[in-house]
Design a binder for this molecule. Structure first.
Ligand code: BG6
Length: 472
């Protein structure tokens, strides 16, 4: 609980849920860390870092919080924690926001301390390993003491409002679901762009890189939700079974495709949103590194629905703006009745924005208003969730933590999903090493190496950037 994720995300998310009155009345939040600390000072520090607006909720929250020092790898040090957990009849959630190398020993030590009851759940933060073998080892070790239905592998992208809305958009609106095949869709782009650099996470990041940090989990999950068949029911088995089928259908990127279908980049010094920033090597304090902070790739899904429809993925740090979005581009008209002099007819697109300004934009062609000669212009139909609803957009962790307490694993990754995803990612990483594909330099504040633009241009397409036409 002393780590970055707990401070920035988990504890504030729990306080939000407190304000909304959805935490169980007798629930406690027992924070652990490997440093001995004065519990009151720890709790004061937690509250100092949260939204001060709801004083009543903060007081209730303060009462729930405890701090216990636990040395994760030392079985003897779990005694103080065990002393607090005396009622076997309640739901216990152990949230492991730790380095994954500790997952196995923590699970074993929780079991040795007699803390795992049938009502116990464990949450595993990503990354679950760094390749297929290491993810299997972690899953095996955790699986020795927890049943699969007790294990919640979190991917916080699945808790984002728009990501959940993706399923509703697709499966509650025939308008979108009917043309959702290769017959009508030309291609799909998924962009997760960040303005931030690696910050204080250089040590972790330099061993991971963008492919493992973002693509293996968040982006692949988005791809699955866009591409999956309608699940029979909206339950944990049906949804995850359908995602798994997409993962199995991903065309392997091997041999020559590693070079032709992927682009690796690493940011150098530059300027982001008007401020000068240093390059990656300076940020991690190393003179050299072969780790990518940017990836673009062309992915194909070898099944009936998607044959011939490329999915272009790109993600990177120190890009010009913070934005995650999915752009579905529809095929052009088969025949136009409008002479070219009326203006170009651009493709219809559905832009699904995850952040910022969660919402959906439909890019269409309309008649320019006015009584002059007929002219066609691009126009957008926009739905901004913030405007459309009077409630705030919840942080992903708020939803997901509540799902664990409720015992709903639908939005968490099953073991097979994680492993099949690693099986697909691993050859790309290996291919980069074997074919000596080193990251290409890009200046911070740009959209990555020009090779990423060329990746789409070779197919006669381009990335959708700032392309949102003004509303009519
Ligand atoms: C995390 C990655 O999983 O997701 C980070 O480890 C990344 O490197 C983050 O910055 C992005 O999440 P979000 O919600 O800010 O898009």
């Amino acid at each position: 609980a002393t780590g970055d994720l707990a401070r920035r995300k988990l504890l504030p998310a729990l306080l939000e849920r407190e304000s909304e009155g959805v935490l169980p009345p007798r629930g406690r939040i027992i924070c652990t860390g490997h440093q001995p600390m004065d519990p009151t000072a720890f709790i004061d520090a937690v509250l100092a870092n949260t939204d001060p607006s709801d004083a009543a909720a903060r007081e209730v929250f303060r009462e729930r919080l405890h701090y216990v020092c636990v040395d994760a790898g030392n079985a003897a040090s779990y005694a103080d924690l065990a002393a607090l957990l005396t009622d076997p009849g309640v739901v216990r959630v152990f949230y492991l926001a730790t380095a994954p190398r500790l997952f196995a020993s923590i699970s074993a030590n929780l079991s040795a301390a007699g803390l795992i009851t049938p009502q116990t759940r464990v949450v595993l933060e990503k990354p679950i390993g760094h390749d297929l073998q290491s993810s299997r080892e972690i899953n095996d070790a955790v699986g020795k003491v927890f049943d699969e239905n007790q294990i919640y592998r979190i991917d916080h992208y699945l808790g984002k409002e728009t990501v959940q809305n993706l399923m509703v958009l697709r499966f509650a609106n025939p308008l979108f679901e009917r043309p959702w095949t290769s017959a009508d869709i030309d291609h799909v782009q998924i962009t997760c762009a960040e303005t931030l650099g690696v910050g204080g996470r250089g040590d972790y990041y330099d061993h991971a890189g963008a492919l493992r940090d973002m693509v293996q989990n968040h982006m692949v999950q988005l791809l699955c939700l866009i591409a999956m068949e309608p699940p029979t029911l909206l339950d944990e088995h049906s949804v995850r079974d359908e995602k798994l089928k997409v993962l199995h259908a991903l065309k392997p990127i091997v041999d020559g495709a590693v070079k032709s279908c992927t682009v690796r980049g690493q940011y150098g010094a530059g300027a982001v949103e008007g401020a000068a920033v240093s390059g990656y090597l300076k940020d991690i304090g190393q003179p050299m590194s072969g780790t990518e902070t940017f990836v673009a790739m062309k992915v194909e899904i070898a099944n009936w629905r998607w044959a011939g429809v490329p999915f272009y993925l790109r993600t990177g740090k120190r890009l010009p703006k913070q934005c995650s979005e999915i752009v579905v581009t529809f095929k052009p008209l088969r025949h136009s009745i409008f002479p070219e002099s009326f203006g170009a007819i651009g493709p219809n697109r559905l832009v699904i924005r995850l952040q910022p300004d969660d919402g959906v934009t439909q890019v269409t062609t309309m008649k320019a208003p006015g009584s002059g000669r007929m002219a066609l212009v691009p126009a957008s139909l926009q739905l901004n969730f913030r405007d459309a609803t009077d409630w705030r957009v919840h942080d992903a962790y708020e939803r997901l933590i509540t799902d664990v307490i409720r015992g709903d694993p639908t939005l968490f990754m099953r073991r097979d999903e994680v492993e099949v995803s690693w099986r697909w990612i691993e050859p790309i990483h290996k291919g980069w090493q074997e074919h000596l594909v080193r990251p290409i330099h890009y200046a911070a504040g740009t959209w990555g190496p020009s090779a990423a633009i060329a990746l789409m241009e070779r197919d006669g397409r381009s990335w959708y950037e700032d392309g949102m036409p003004a509303g009519v």
